[in-house]
Ligand binder design. Sequence first.
Ligand SMILES: Nc1ncnc2c1ncn2[C@@H]1O[C@H](COP(=O)(O)OP(=O)(O)OP(=O)(O)O)[C@@H](O)[C@H]1O
Length: 589
Amino acid sequence: MAVLKKLFAYAGNHKYLTMLSLFLSFISAILLLMPFVWIWKVVQVILDVYPNFSLASDAAKYGWYALIFAAGGILVYVMSLLCSHLSAFRIASNMRKEAMHHVMKLPMGYLSKEGSGKIRKIIDESSASTETYLAHQLPDMVQLVTTVVAAVVCLFIFNWKFGVASLIPLALAFVNMSKMMGKDLAISMKEYMDALEGMSNEAVEYIRGIPVVKTFQQTVFSFERFYKSIKNYEKFALGYTDKMHIPMTGFTTFVNSIFIFLIGSMIILVLNGFNVSNLLPDFMFYAIFTPILAVATNKIMFASENTMLAEDALNRIESITNRETVKYPQTSKEIKNYDIKFNNVSFTYPDTDVEVLHNVNLDIKSGTTVAFVGKSGGGKSTLVSLIPRFYDVTKGSIEIGGVDVKNMTEKDLMDKISFVFQDNKLLKKSLYENIKMGFDVDKKDVLDALHKAQCDDIIAKFNTGLDTKIGTEGVYLSGGETQRMTLARAIVKNAPILLLDEATAYADSDNEYLMQKAILELSKNKTTIMIAHRLSTIVNVDCIYVVDDGKIVESGTHKELIANDGLYAEMWSQYRQSVDWKVGEFVCC
Ligand SMILES: Nc1ncnc2c1ncn2[C@@H]1O[C@H](COP(=O)(O)OP(=O)(O)OP(=O)(O)O)[C@@H](O)[C@H]1O
């Protein structure tokens, strides 16, 4: 019921179609039981007239009744499946839409951390398995339960003594079944499913890492994690099977021994003086009926497992839909300028407990260009990612033009910021659409931006020019080419705030120089924050902030920081040495 309630939350009016499907399934179960009653009637007539079969005129009539009920039952069942498929399809599609809608509102940082593949897999697989559950398994479950209940009622109507004899093994079978559906086994089932997912994720990681593994001859070490995940799966699969085997054996034994109990009761009744020929018609009825009961009960057992699987799928979807979304206000407060201010900002990544930024204060004036430099892992990218709210600050606040970024609508905030990162993504669309990105620009503007971002060679490579579709056969862009395309995007967007995280990381020396020129041009009159490891690219910026261990430890112009003789001066000296060393090497050769 809890599963159905959760599923109905996605159903809208289609929940009535599901209910109709379940009702029809119930009717079909009753109709499909009736042929057995008529067949028993046929047997009874034959036994009554034995050996004068010519007197069994009613037998043919009862046979027809059996056929009509069977056909009616099948027809109603088909109608039930029709309704269940229609509503299941709608519910699964609503579930996908709602989950995707939610994903769009999640912090961008969460999406890049979890990976689009994993999120897509959870949404796709979970909605598909609930679709199967609603379309087939649930109507079948109703039919099976109805069959069992109706059959039990019939067992008592005809002969209560045989009824009791059939019910004893059935009750014992249900006791065992309830053990299999207990909380303990639900936990084991979850552990088993988690281990399965873990193994599948490790398999993907293993395959992805094959190039690195081959290059570094790390076969044994790389296989270790995958191997551990297989062992983990083995542990939980065996644990689950181990917990299941006693109740499962009990269930199977009792459910299949109904007929033995029936024969036993017949023997006891005969030994106690009951007349065999009086008992025989009733016995025949039970002999016909009890196998249906055994089959239906067996099927219920497996169908119950499907309910647990559907519940698990719903929980997995909820692990995404229950995540807190980024909340934006309906309207923005008016900003005064494009100053960016960090007020006592501290930050801890979600699901971790290590603070990576500690009480950071920054005041970046509108129209200036600043740079964050520092050791790897110091917190530069994290600082930048907090401005467009890829994550929200844990403590303190960030302001643009005197307004907290949390008081700006998503559109207003995004309209004001362009970013070029190391790891940029292009869409499977034409080069033109990838740069235009919905802005009010024509092909000439796009070509102009591409030219400024040093992308002329990329366009010239493809016969279809701007209309070339990314991702089609033979159309592949390298990391550097993708980065230049993203710079062209930023040029087209022309937002007043520019965030550049290692924007020239993949560029070769020729391109780097030209890209730097384009960035310089683009950043004119904009508030620009650059993260750069090549210190030569930032010597002329208005202010350099040295980030170390989540704190700003120095700030000033290049000259001021060199004069200061602190961390930056040390980094600069090391950087110079590495450049001189490279030049020296080159000269030697
Ligand atoms: N998604 C994440 N979840 C948890 N911790 C993270 C995440 N991203 C980064 N970190 C941690 O935050 C700290 C700062 O990382 P950040 O990427 O901001 O440093 P950085 O100075 O930009 O490094 P680099 O110069 O190597 O890019 C590091 O300790 C890193 O391990």
